[in-house]
Ligand binder design. Sequence first.
Ligand code: AHG
Ligand code: MN
Ligand code: MN
Ligand code: MN
Length: 281
Amino acid sequence: MNPILTAIQKSAIRIKHAIDVKDIGYSQEQNSSGETQLQLDIQSDLIIEEELSQIEGVHTIASEEKEEPMILNENGHYFIAFDPLDGSSLVDVNLSVGSIFGIYEGAFTPEKMVASCYVVYGPRVELVFAYEGKVKLYLLQNGEFEYVKEIHLNEKGKINAPGGTQQCWAPFHKTMIDSFFARGYRLRYSGGMVPDLHQILLKGGGLFSYPGASDKPEGKLRMLFEVFPFAFIFETAGGKAVDGTIRVLEKNPRHVHDTSPCFFGSCDEINEVISVYAGQQ
Ligand code: AHG
Ligand code: MN
Ligand code: MN
Ligand code: MN
């Protein structure tokens, strides 16, 4: 696992540099989710591909920015799915963005997941790595990632980060979100899931939601590139991740780019989501 973590760290340093210096232009290309790719999306994807290609143990990679999975080494046993630049449309307004990685052994199915990782490119560059039952935070200092601390979620938090278009939410979903606010939860939503979830993890807990709604019945966030890696991190940190009804890590995408509704948080909030959604079945 160490060589993979090192490759991710090298990628992160290169991507941070690209964000700092690169023009923020759009390319002529669309990705499989129908989004027009930024030059930075494509460049970040190529940086990670290049770094992971140097690691012998990596069998296959899959990326938000690649139509199909790409085999790197038939003899490797790690399968790595990544979102090279999450929140890329926020770079032009200088909000925090990230990179997300899910690491599997043998296949891209959640029961084969062994580690996951994300990097936040904010005022500082931080990396969070979940592996062997622990979630560890690292900070980039003088060109190296230094270990900071372990991350644990509290039973209950104070943050509410509701994603999606409100006018398209189901009425019961809106009632649930409103009721968290009515109990003093504070709105925190930047539009980048990496900083939004990072905030919940570091402030002890809360709720992030991206539901299925009338405009997007299966939500927006992609299982392999966004939902599974964060679900693994939240569960390892003592929280939960569900689609409203079941653990997202019990779902299986039929296609690489499939999405799922998702709720991440501490146990108290997610238990409430499950009971509200159960009342609607
Ligand atoms: P990406 O930039 O990798 O395509 O992902 C953007 C995602 C995610 O970061 C965020 O939580 C979500 O899109 C925000 O969507 P809305 O603008 O619909 O809230
Ligand atoms: Mn995108
Ligand atoms: Mn993303
Ligand atoms: Mn992305």
